[in-house]
Design a protein around this ligand. Sequence first.
Ligand code: NAD
Length: 473
Amino acid sequence: NTNTMNGNGIANSKPKQQNVAEAVERARDAYNRGVTRPLKWRLQQLKNLLRMYEENQNAMIEALRKDLRRSKMESVMLEVAYLINDLRSIIHNLEDWAKPEKPEKGFVNMLDDVVIYHDPYGVALVIGAWNYPLQLLLLPMSGAIAGGNAVIVKPSELATACAAFVAEMVPKYLDNDAIIVVEGGPQETTELLKQKFDYIFFTGGTSIGKIVYEAAVKNLTPVTLELGGKSPVYIDNTADIMITTKRVLWGKFINAGQTCIAPDYILCTKETQDKFVAAAKKVLQEWYGPEPQKSPDFARIINSRHFSRLQALVDASKDKIAIGGSYDANDKFVELTVLTNVVGSDKIMQDEIFGPILPIVPVENAYEAIKFINEREKPLVLYVFSKSDKVLSQIVDNTSSGGMCVNDTMMHLAVESLPFGGVGASGLGAYHGKKTFETFTHKKSCLIKNFSPIGEKLASGRYPPYTDGNLKM
Ligand code: NAD
């Protein structure tokens, strides 16, 4: 039921609007009472959350199977184990991260303390997407808790089983006043966005990201926007074609292409295009057999609306299909489909594909690829496959993207020390590793002086009556 709130003691019979406001008020009250600030509380909540993950691994895998028919391997790798490892690292490092920093100070402040405190923002709102419905919601939630905030989390209503899991489990394991799940879709989220938050962390599409940003402006609420877009892959002629093909196909077809950092399209020469298609036929046969629909490893499209969208994209590309091209509405199955000789004006090149269709756009060289990329919105990731350092630096130096991954796809996400986020239309801000903690805390700079007579004497030149003699330029 997308119209109800979770069992946090708020009656479902109350008008929704009031429930949302009430939930935020309760979180605000908990924050104001200082519940969430002590490190002890934060660590306790994070340990409870870890227990929630560890005790419910199968339930998480099952919810992901229900929502996306995701294989156990992908669910563990991309959500369950990922969440557990990330949270262990937060718990391990939190005390260190939360310590006030003592930055360098100059001669004039020799007798003073110069400190940067990591302040919680207050009440944070975390809005999740459906494609990685647990990871994209719970990882930022753990960051908000680590930062000492109260937090409202809003799972995506489209991943119904995962939303139900979160709504049931979070109140069982975590502090019911300070960490609150609000379920619902656009209507409830619109209500939420009318409330005052101190931080908003949103994952989703660029168009809804703009709505969130606009709502945040009212209160000058700082935001992180983890958005999407078309992430290109440039394959240079020097790349090892078999390894490249495997790594690109894996990143594209994992979760049936419904991944924000999935390689959206390929740019390469016609020669490389032919080699890629030949290699892809072999690889796909090896991975999914002659009837990919029967493979247990291939996920399904989230719902019929997204299925129809992808079906229309395949239908509009009929004359360019080199591999695949079939679909089955009853099973929400779209076959792994590779399109060749695609041009920038084709329908498939207009929006983020978010499904298992991989177009190849032939270009003559890296220069043309750079031009093609720069004529479009800044992508979340830019993938380059090349053995040439010259080509690599040419691309690094002449393009802008949220991040880059060279000679692989997706794996940059697993590097804890690399903040992950977009730029321009692909997003604002970043998280992962220590950056998650930093995202949910404000760096509060503080100069602490004392009342020592020597210090006062040294500083007394600043008081009126002013004389030029005290000016040192
Ligand atoms: P979405 O923008 O449709 O939905 C995201 C959230 O916004 C959901 O919780 C939804 O309930 C809410 N929402 C929907 N309509 C709303 C409205 N009118 N007002 C307020 N809130 C509203 O995105 P999605 O379909 O869940 O996810 C897919 C998109 O997210 C893709 O573009 C993908 O690239 C992007 N994404 C980005 C990342 C990242 O980390 N950068 C990760 C995953 C997905």
